[in-house]
Design a protein around this ligand. Structure first.
Ligand SMILES: [Zn+2]
Length: 256
């Protein structure tokens, strides 16, 4: 390299500094543009997915989180514009909190019912998109869709209140769908006592089924969807005070 005079050297240093400065500004602009693009990408996603749910255990739960002599009331297959408000009313009259296992598209169609459920202090459970009781025999991608699409619809309907349980339709649990639900913050939820209200056997039969079987386990299954549920409403009016008389407290199924 040719020898430079002092003034030539100063000019060279100045030119180099200006080039470095321009490069730094260009870099900063590029980073800010990238951050802006990231922020916009984030904003366009549904807000309910913004925070990853805390994973929960994958085992199917039946036990009450309160411990002691307690039952968990679970209400499946809604929400239904006719029957869910009636079930909510009976629960309110008896000061009982329950878990509502709801179907994704029905939650989407009746967000006001989902909001009434959570406002009254009840909890939400994902009961799939289509209530396919054969989903355990189908591909994992299908099972994922049944679970995660429903979760998204229910949480959008609830205004962001989290779904805390996953109950496979007809008990079609698999290790895969339990693990998936748990990774998304939903504890697999079983039942011990099927009131068989679904078969509409008459109010007194529903009541006596619960009375006979409640000693066998704490999680009780009723329905507010899938058909006319007047027998369920009438049975709950009898069963809830009876359970209280027998010394049962009302709890939620354990999540952690
Ligand atoms: Zn069901």
């Amino acid at each position: 390299m040719a020898r430079l005079t002092a003034s030539q050297r100063n000019i060279a240093i100045t030119v180099a500094s200006v080039i470095a400065l321009i490069a730094a500004i260009a870099g900063a602009l590029a980073v800010s543009g990238y951050n802006k693009a990231q922020a916009e990408a984030k904003e366009s996603k549904p807000t309910v997915d913004a925070k990853p749910a805390r994973p929960v255990p994958i085992e199917i739960v039946h036990m009450p989180e309160s411990g002691g002599k307690a039952v968990n009331i679970t209400i499946d297959d809604g929400p239904d514009p006719t029957w869910t408000p009636k079930v909510l009313e009976v629960l309110k009259q008896n000061d009982v909190k329950a878990v509502f296992c709801v179907i994704g598209p029905q939650a989407k169609a009746h967000p006001e019912l989902i909001q009434q459920i959570v406002a009254a202090g009840h909890r939400l459970c994902d009961h799939s998109m289509t209530h396919d009781t054969g989903m355990d025999k189908k591909p994992e991608a299908y099972q994922s869709q049944e679970i995660l699409d429903a979760q998204r619809m229910i949480e959008e309907a609830s205004g962001g209140v989290k779904v805390q349980y996953w109950r496979a339709p007809g008990g079609a649990f698999t290790p895969f769908n339990r693990k998936l639900a748990a990774a998304h913050g939903m504890r697999p939820l079983g039942w011990n006592v099927d009131s068989k209200d679904f078969e509409k056997p008459g109010v007194s039969t529903i009541v006596s089924t619960v009375k006979k079987e409640v000693a066998g386990g704490p999680t009780l299954l009723f329905h507010d969807g899938g058909g006319k549920r007047e027998q369920t409403v009438a049975a709950l009016e009898k069963v809830l005070p009876w359970l209280k008389q027998q010394g049962y407290a009302f709890s939620f199924p354990k999540i952690y």
